[in-house]
Design a protein around this ligand. Sequence first.
Ligand code: NIG
Ligand code: FE
Length: 398
Amino acid sequence: MTDLVVRRAGRLLTMTGAGVGALESAAVVVRAGLVTWVGAERDLPAGIGDVAELDAAGACVTPGFVDPHTHLVWAGSRRDDFVDRLAGVPYTEVAARGGGIHSTVRQTRAASYTDLVEQAGARVDAMSRTGTTTVEIKSGYGLTEPDELRLLDVTDELRRTRGEAVESTLLGAHAVPPETGRAAYVDAVVAMLPAARAHRAGWCDVFCDRGAFTVDEARRVLTAARDAGLGRRIHAEQIARTGAAELAAELGCASADHLDHVDAAGARALAAAGVVGVLLPACTLTMGHGDWGAAAVLRDAGATIALGTDCNPGTSWCESMPYVIQLACLAYRLPVEEAFRAATVDAARALRRDDVGRVAVGARGDLAVLAADHEADLVAHLGATPVTATVVAGRASS
Ligand code: NIG
Ligand code: FE
């Protein structure tokens, strides 16, 4: 939490109003971590005092990116799965021979708490270097109450010790652990909800899909989550169309995520209920799920679209929101302005936050200085370093 003035933003995307709310030749003042002034630099009030300065040197400055969907607390590697899948081995076969989520569960359970904090922290560092300042983090590689709570504690430690805004989600219903029967495990997830809340989770998520949890199982877990005072979100329509989007609408989820196979009826249900559709194109690319039609289906239905990395070791090893924005534009054909909104103000909506994802008085002082004069250049310039400085609650790093 600190004081800072950002000068010479050639183009500042405020994300206020419709579109990207661009201001030319702009400046931003942050005090005690919050934005206190934003406008054209020539109008900067005199006497702002002796505060640190960041010279954007004419570059495009955006709100810090909001990543609303990650599984970033894990240990170990899934490189064998990756190589096998590249060689054409189906994911079901990879999972059947002990790979997939269960492989990461074994490696994560075996890791020390300190190692998990260190590795997860290094991933948040990588995110910060590419402009992310708010991150949602799911558990889900523990699959017993003590193991899941340990992962929530890792997330809470990151929240307490770092400047980024962190949202914590229990994803106990990620997979059925091999040592427990299916019905008994759904009971166990319901039973862990109060403890998850006590370990500072704000959200509950369920992997509702073919081969994962059914719509009825997801309804049971998420209804109990509501009763336990947790917000709801759901992995929906990733592998197959199951009706999980309609369930998200029925239960008032803040977001339905993945959605590679969402259809028009599901998208309309999301739009009508105000559920944000979170697209995860790095996962779609890695897994080859869907035909990249989901963004058009959601747009046609009038649903709000957000973007996230889905950062995880098996299906989306990606910390970079700029890379996700590039994929969204090039593969889903999202217009550049919509992709930037989806990575900032609309991703904040998916987390039900209005203090991040935009540059306005009272919002957190979170910014990304792009290595580009215009946001469209960030999309067009493939393989380049996308961000030259990130500001987290008024503290700049480059
Ligand atoms: O979001 N869809 C389910 N879970 C993760 C995959 C996690 C893994 O394979 O380790 C996902 O893609
Ligand atoms: Fe996911």
